[in-house]
Design a binder for this molecule. Structure first.
Ligand code: HEM
Length: 428
């Protein structure tokens, strides 16, 4: 019963472990204590007495009656039940709506009316691939905290982002319903492991590979990719779509880090694999809300469904090939995957299984490419519309790296970043 209530109403995401949603109260009051049958009986009797008063005494007959010689036992009973259920259901929905709008623990937060009533408000734009646009427009309209679904708040300010993701002693736990489905093979990865102990164990296995020292070693593999991208942009006779070129550049960089295999998207290779990783990621978040998402007949969703087995096959091949290269001693310098493969948990002596390697490599690819792409494009856009900042930036970079033929190194560039530019940019 609980499931059908959820299905019909829209998915009700629990706010806390002891969710105070009205559906819970109704289930207890009406269903468990037998009050539902009492309610039905009252409704039947009242309808029947009204019909008697109108002279149609047998129209809504309870079992055993007839009109004009026709036995209406079944039709009468069915009509009565349907009417009663419709009335009860309407009453339930009305009270639920009133509760969610005025008495719910999140009632005081602003947001679209539909969001206060049903989780479909946040779900629908996500299925159509427009979650980001919808969320942006809500924060523009309602401010820094928006109630986008009955049990869901959207935060659009820097401080809250720090509070949620910051390394506090009392850090926010990961929501199992949201993070759990972020898996492609079914195995746990560093992103979707919501259990603290399990998450810490995976982090320990990755910490060495992601230390600053190791990340710096990857420069010898990353720099040629960036140079390739810049060359394409510089030598293009036509205006260049930065978003597309940088997207390929980051996919090339992160695939090289994650699978030890550069996609070469900038050269037009392996675009299908890159697209598959993106498509699968697109519906991962929705799977938390709606486990049956894979049956939704939307091209956005079905593309992801078809891409999943291909992505798993690809990841399996890459790990197998890497193992073969590793055994032959032909892995190139600056391999992040090599560090992950070699890592051993000091506490347990455990290493990552092949499935975990595949799963985490896919997560790096998904977590590292579009995030970097959005950050870079947004930075370029913001700097470009502030000429004074742009001039200073160019001047400082030229001073730090006078030889335009030598690619900037991380350590020198890192000293430039600090607090020097960004505090002046202010809010957008
Ligand atoms: C500017 C670029 C990036 C931004 C803005 C960014 C942003 C974020 C954010 C906000 C989270 C927390 C997500 C959550 O828990 O809900 C996260 C987690 C993560 N990111 Fe990034 N990221 C960037 C680049 C990268 C890159 C390049 C990689 C890997 C190659 C990466 C790998 C990860 C991983 C593995 C996690 C999960 C960590 C954990 O839960 O312990 N990210 N990132």
């Amino acid at each position: 019963m609980s499931y059908s209530l959820r299905g019909l109403l829209g998915y009700i995401r629990p706010l806390t472990s002891n969710d105070q949603d009205l559906s819970y109260l109704f289930k207890r009051l009406l269903l468990r204590r037998g009050a539902f049958s009492t309610l039905l009986h009252t409704v039947f009797s009242s309808i029947n007495s009204k019909m008697s008063a109108l002279g149609s005494s047998r129209l809504l007959n309870l079992p055993g009656g007839d009109i004009g010689g026709h036995n209406l036992t079944w039709t009468g009973t069915l009509t009565t039940i349907l009417t009663a259920v419709t009335i009860a259901w309407t009453l339930y929905l009305l009270s639920l709506a009133i509760y969610r709008i005025y008495f719910h623990p999140l009632a005081k937060y602003p947001g679209p009316l539909l969001g206060k009533l049903t989780a479909w408000n946040a779900f629908w734009p996500a299925v159509r691939g427009q979650a980001t646009l919808a969320r942006h427009s809500w924060t523009q309209k309602y401010g820094r905290v928006v109630r986008i679904a009955p049990n869901e708040l959207l935060f659009g300010d820097n401080q809250t982002v720090k509070d949620i993701y910051g390394q506090m002693s009392n850090a926010c736990p990961k929501d199992a319903e949201f993070y759990g489905p972020f898996t492609v093979t079914g195995a746990r990865n560093v992103f979707n492991s919501y259990d603290r102990i399990e998450h810490a164990a995976i982090r320990r296995l990755l910490s060495h590979a992601f230390s600053m020292n190791e990340i710096k070693k990857t420069q010898i593999r990353i720099i040629p990719i960036i140079e390739r991208c810049l060359k394409i942009i510089e030598h293009s006779p036509q205006p260049v779509n930065f978003w597309e070129k940088f997207s390929y550049m980051f996919l090339d960089i992160v695939s090289d880090l994650s699978f030890d295999r550069c996609f070469n998207c900038l050269e037009g290779e392996m675009l299908k694999e890159a697209h598959d990783a993106d498509a699968v990621q697109n519906i991962s978040a929705i799977r938390g809300w709606v486990p049956f998402i894979v049956y939704v007949p939307s091209s956005f969703v079905q593309e992801a469904v078809r891409a999943r087995p291909r992505l798993i096959k690809f990841a399996r091949q890459q790990i197998d090939e890497f193992r073969a290269r590793s055994a032959a001693g032909t892995v190139q310098e600056g391999s992040l995957l090599k560090r992950v493969v070699e890592a051993e948990d000091e506490e347990t002596g455990r290493k990552m299984s092949d499935l975990e390697l595949m799963e985490n490599a896919i997560v790096f690819l998904q977590a590292g490419s579009e995030t970097s792409l959005s950050a870079l494009c947004y930075l370029l856009y913001e700097v470009d519309r502030r000429p004074a900042i742009k001039d200073r930036l160019v001047q400082e970079i030229r001073e730090a790296f006078p030889d335009t033929h030598v690619f900037p190194d991380f350590d020198t560039a890192d000293k430039l970043v600090g607090d020097r530019f960004f505090p002046h940019m202010g809010p957008c």
